[in-house]
Write a protein that binds this ligand. Sequence first.
Ligand code: AMP
Length: 285
Amino acid sequence: MADSLDIVRSVADLRSRVQYWRDQGLRVAFVPTMGALHDGHLSLVRAGLELADRVVASVFVNPTQFGPNEDFSRYPRQEERDAALLDGAGCHLLFAPTVAEMYPAGFATKVSVTGVSEGLCGGARPGHFDGVATVVTKLLLQAQAHLALFGEKDWQQLTVIRRLVRDLDIPVDVVGVPTVREADGLALSSRNAYLSDGDRKIAPALHRALQAVAAGLREGKSASELCHRAAADLLAAGFLSVDYVEARAAADLTPLDRLDRPARILAAARLGGARLIDNIAADPA
Ligand code: AMP
């Protein structure tokens, strides 16, 4: 186990550690994750270290954001490796609660964000964003950090979290961090571990499809035609199915057909045993 990174498992211990730092006038950043850490997660820790004096990460594979036929039971769990990576990145504290600590007997509350949770991954994974919104609300209230960092890789999730923090007056600054990619464009993801060698070669087609839509939008073409073509290209490249390829307004995820405001092109598709998601920006000239 790592030397200087401390691990706490209870909300009470997390709170007292953060309160101790706050009492000293230190700024605290929080990085929630589901573990199986990669350089994308560590870039959130590094961004936290730039903006704050202490960084707390959490590792919790949240059962309520997985559907009944999804990958909760096979999701990679590797706490010792995660702790070593966090320690190496300079993270100060790891909060790794049990399911019983997060959802004690009798737990009955759900946070549900309308609007931005609907469609895209919300359409493909019913109940997913209720699970995300509930656990992130709990984690933010538990950690009581000054700021919390989330990846742009999960743009809809970031938008849902910005909305709930505003709506519930949670006193934390939400910071979005750009997506970390492999050299061939594939966004780093814990779920890339599900890809076979053959599928790994096909996977960068997802990022290329998003780039083609963004380029077409900048040429003035219609998003619906471009996204339709991109979905067909993914199937031709070897993806098993496409949940969606869509262009939305970056700020509030409302539908958009022309590049008349800052946009985000978002996609989710299945390849082998993995469901991959990605998104990129497309801004008007
Ligand atoms: P996860 O463990 O997949 O729930 O992700 C935890 C946090 O890391 C979320 O805020 C993600 O958006 C972020 N994240 C995941 N992959 C990346 C990546 N490739 N680049 C930047 N952030 C990421």
